[in-house]
Design a protein around this ligand. Structure first.
Ligand code: NOJ
Length: 914
């Protein structure tokens, strides 16, 4: 045991040198595509071969010199989506097609072929306003919407498809020695890395040889692109220069560099393009290492003098070219045709699922540290929150809570009685989250290891043995979550009877699941490790973490016999991870620049389906000064997943350790979060059922306002609140852009108001969080804050009604039991609509299917922007009874306060203001 303990790894081992990660020039398939693509496209579609069936149209594409046919398949999918698949017609062996990401319900729509010019084929979907125009020679696809070409595929001739070949060795045994030696020398060119690729001291031996694919997309009239997380980069995608593509390859990068396109923990190979009047999406379903190049050609106007009178009338529109390249797999790409941002969100979630509805507690504040030392420490920190009157919901335990980093166990000295500790938290209506990583300590006496070993549940190395690599526990093997049997077994480990010391308030954190392998190539697994079905790790690297979270989530659902909603946080993710829980941005640093970049990083996750996302508050690495910590809490309170976390060897930083004034400021920020919980929960419901992101870049809410397209220092929460966190030290003023010329915005503290389409200078002190409510909205809040969300179930509500320039407002409210699936199976929920017009505020039902009795009342209503003092205010119930309402009108701020109301939140009523 002692020697095993010594094998363990310290945090310094993880603090890696950036040079251990590849840049494009070190990636062989990138070099190959660059070298071999310099020539004009040689692909030609054989349109005589086209067959149109119920679900798709298929035809061959031929590469002229090689004459090896590819098979293309075009499908129309319900909701204005096209799918284009290209594979070898008869591959030497099957190529990997990503399973388990698409929701099973995809319905295809029949494509009708319309007459085109000779050498072309036109496929129309639905009513015919969307068409795929396929040109035979050279092969090109134009996506046409209402006679406008919005996207062209392969118009730059970058279709690239490496056909699987038999290896030079096998060929050598077939052919005579002389032939073979010629082939081998040709193919073993190190530069091309066909069968072998070197990086540092690692050699990647490729049994299948080169298998990479690539394709270009030209987006006509588009200059603004977003998506393809995860990068510590701006929200709007930047132009890539040679050798600086966005890399999608899940890696454990401790203290990642910001404004960098290197791959970090997760990948969603999906981007959105937006221009006035249209939003599009491209979802490239491939789980191998992927690179994306972006090149925008701005619009050019030719002037009279330059081009002469005829050309003067021409205006060459802007265009952005996107070049996708993947190491392996097939081309399987979905074109999401919008036309609005909201339509694209729905189309993407139709393919990959919507955000899981989180349990209410998980929207509260989470307190984490690597590590809370022992049960006493947990007890003291928990008590600290109560002493300082700071609400919080979840205590977290990192890897040190286990017996030598053996997940599903407890360190007997530090946590001798985990159930007692959970009882303490349960009594305060709080929860516990513990970590469970995918690496399993090699130790025959550790039952998880022994059982997985016995059943062959680990990823294998290319020699056929279990893959072994080093991670926190020392030598470890890695569960093969791509195997459904492994997932089923792993899920069963969360059963209360199996996971000793676990109770129903314990939830899970999946970390290191890129997977992280210390001392491995780029700190991860060798690409030639072998998974279930004999697939190489290279085929599915980016989806490994997705599968772990999937299995964990399933485990938490099963342990409650399908009754309770799970909560699982993951570091690594892929397209569709939103179905399984929350994601955070990994090992950031306690510096202002990292606070600032958390906003675009989270916006990018949000528009690619992952609404439940957050960044470590305070910064994981290093010691934030008090001012930075306060600003981070203020920003985090308005970000979806709100957790304070810090690495080992940092100074303790519980909210009360920085003096009374800073404690007060942090308390205020956290309390603002709890005040807005009804709004947060309603937004998550809308993400869950209607695919709309919780945190929204301004362009999503104001798609027709060009000035919003590159804004990333502020954002909308739902459609009602604009948040502009302070991310500069010693700030005394911030410039806030208020969009929309027909909008009116209200400062949520002072109630001062401004007309939209302007930038205002807001003076700030350390207690200011610039938040603005949009005129025309109603925001539900809690008027009393409890120690945790559990204490607030019955507490009263308030409504913040901000009037539009026309004197009206609308808002929604969602409520259920906050933890079970009854909202889904029994329709036990309340979905209400608040509308204000002509001086009447109405509470009515937004969804008749839902029923959920609540005793809660609305006790306060605040109306912003009421121009004149009312003479009377009365409340009218559905049974016809009328009550006078006491009110206070403040002429200086044009606000009306209604207090001591007692209007049931779930009942129909009206308040008349005359
Ligand atoms: C890396 C994670 O990113 C970090 O949050 C965690 O504290 C450490 N691993 C230790 O588990």
């Amino acid at each position: 045991m002692e020697s095993a303990e010594k094998e363990e790894i310290s945090v310094e081992d993880e603090a890696v040198d950036k040079s251990i990660f590849k840049d494009c020039s070190k990636i062989a398939f990138y070099r190959r595509q660059k070298q071999l693509l310099s020539k004009k496209s040689t692909y030609r579609a054989l349109l005589d071969s086209v067959t149109t069936g119920k679900d798709s149209a298929r035809f061959q594409i031929i590469n002229e010199p090689a004459k090896v046919p590819l098979l293309a398949e075009v499908c129309g999918i319900e909701g204005n989506i096209f799918r284009l698949k290209i594979n070898e017609e008869i591959p030497l062996k099957p190529r990997y097609e990503v399973p388990d990401v698409l929701t099973s319900k995809l319905t295809t729509v029949r494509l009708t072929s319309c007459p085109g010019d000779t050498g072309s084929l036109v496929l129309a979907s639905g009513k015919g306003d969307l068409k795929c125009h396929i040109t035979a020679n050279p092969f090109k696809v134009d996506l046409v919407s209402e006679e406008e070409v919005v996207m062209s595929i392969n118009s730059l001739g970058q279709l690239y498809f490496e056909q699987l070949q038999i290896s030079p060795k096998q060929r050598a045994t077939k052919k005579n020695e002389e032939d073979a030696s010629i082939d081998t020398t040709q193919e073993n060119q190190e530069e091309l890395g066909l069968w072998e690729e070197k990086f540092e001291n690692f050699v990647d031996v490729k049994v299948n040889g080169p298998a990479s694919i690539g394709l270009d997309f030209s987006l006509h009239g588009f200059e603004h692109l977003y998506g393809i997380p995860q990068h510590a980069e701006s929200h709007q995608l930047k132009n890539t220069s040679d050798g600086d593509a966005y890399r999608l390859y899940n890696l454990d990068v401790y203290g990642y560099k910001i404004h960098d396109k290197m791959g970090i923990y997760g990948s969603v190979p999906y981007l959105l393009a937006h221009k006035l009047g249209r939003t599009l999406g491209i979802f490239w379903l491939n789980a191998s290492e992927t690179l994306v190049e972006i090149k925008t050609e701005p619009a050019v106007k030719y002037t009279l003098t330059q081009m002469g009178p005829v050309a003067a009338k021409q205006k060459v529109g802007s265009r952005t070219d996107v070049h996708w390249m993947s190491e392996s797999g097939i081309i399987d790409v979905f074109l999401l045709t919008g036309p609005t941002p909201s339509d694209v969100f729905k189309q993407y979630s139709y393919l990959t699922g919507t955000q899981a509805m989180p349990p209410l507690f998980s929207l509260g504040y989470h307190q984490c540290r690597w590590n809370y030392e022992d049960e006493q420490d947990v007890k003291a920190v928990d008590a600290g929150f109560d002493e300082h009157n700071i609400p919080y919901d979840v205590m977290w335990l990192d890897i040190e809570h286990t017996e030598g980093k053996r997940y599903f166990t407890w360190d007997k000295k530090r946590f001798p009685n985990p159930k007692r500790m959970q009882d303490l938290l349960r009594n305060k209506k709080r929860k516990l989250v513990v970590i469970s990583d995918p690496h399993i300590k090699v130790d025959p006496n550790y039952s998880v290891y022994a059982k997985a070993k016995e059943q062959g549940f680990f990823v294998r190395n290319h020699e056929g043995g279990d893959f072994e690599g080093v991670c926190w526990p020392g030598l470890s093997s890695y569960l093969d979550f791509t195997n459904p049997k492994v997932r089923e077994w792993y899920s069963s480990l969360f059963a209360f009877s199996v996971y000793q010391g676990s109770t129903d308030i314990l939830y899970i954190w999946n970390d290191m699941n890129e997977p992280s392998v210390f001392k491995g190539p780029e700190q991860t697994m060798q690409k030639n490790a072998i998974h279930h079905g004999n697939w190489e790790h290279r085929e599915l690297h980016n989806i490994y973490g997705f599968y772990q979270q999937m299995a964990t989530t399933e485990g938490l659902i099963q342990r409650s016999k399908g009754k309770e909603r799970p909560f699982v946080l993951t570091r690594s993710f892929f397209a569709g991870s939103q179905k399984y829980g929350a994601v955070w941005t990994g090992d950031n640093t306690a510096e202002w620049s990292y606070l600032k970049i958390s906003i675009p990083m989270l916006l990018t996750l949000s528009v690619t389906g992952i609404s439940f996302c957050g960044a470590d508050v305070g910064g994981f690495i290093g010691d934030p000064e008090a001012e930075l910590l306060v600003r981070w809490y203020q920003a985090g309170a308005y970000q979806p997943f709100f957790r304070g976390h810090a690495t080992m060897n940092t100074k303790r930083r519980e909210p009360w350790l920085f003096g009374e004034e800073h404690t007060r400021l942090i308390r205020e920020a956290i309390r603002e979060r709890y005040t807005l919980l009804p709004y947060w929960y309603s937004l998550f419901y809308s993400a869950h059922v209607a695919s709309q992101p919780v945190m929204r870049p301004l362009w999503v809410e104001f798609p027709n306002e060009l000035e919003t397209f590159s804004v990333e220092d502020e954002y909308m929460l739902g459609s009602a609140l604009l948040v502009h966190p302070v991310t500069e030290p010693k700030a005394t003023v911030v410039d806030v852009f208020l969009p929309g010329s027909s909008e009116i915005w209200y400062d949520s503290k002072t109630f001062a108001h401004w007309k939209g389409a302007c930038t205002i200078k807001i003076p700030v002190t350390l207690d200011a969080i610039p938040v603005f409510q949009r005129g025309g909205s109603v925001v539900p809040v809690k008027t009393t804050i409890g120690r945790s969300t559990g204490f607030m179930t019955d507490s009263p509500y308030g409504l913040r009604v901000a009037l539009s320039t026309k004197g009206s407002a609308m808002g929604e409210f969602y409520l259920d039991d906050g933890h079970s699936f009854q909202y889904l199976h029994q329709k036990q929920f309340l979905h209400r609509k608040f509308s204000f017009s002509s001086g009447v505020l109405t509470n009515s039902c937004a969804d008749e299917r839902g029923h959920y009795p609540s005793k809660c009342v609305v006790e306060q209503i605040l109306v912003l922007g009421l121009k004149k003092q009312p003479s009377s205010v009365t409340a009218h119930s559905a049974d016809g009874s009328t009550q006078p309402v006491a009110f206070k009108y403040h002429a200086t701020t044009s606000t009306l306060n209604l207090e001591r109301l007692s209007l049931n939140i779930g009942a129909d009523w009206k308040v008349h203001i005359q």
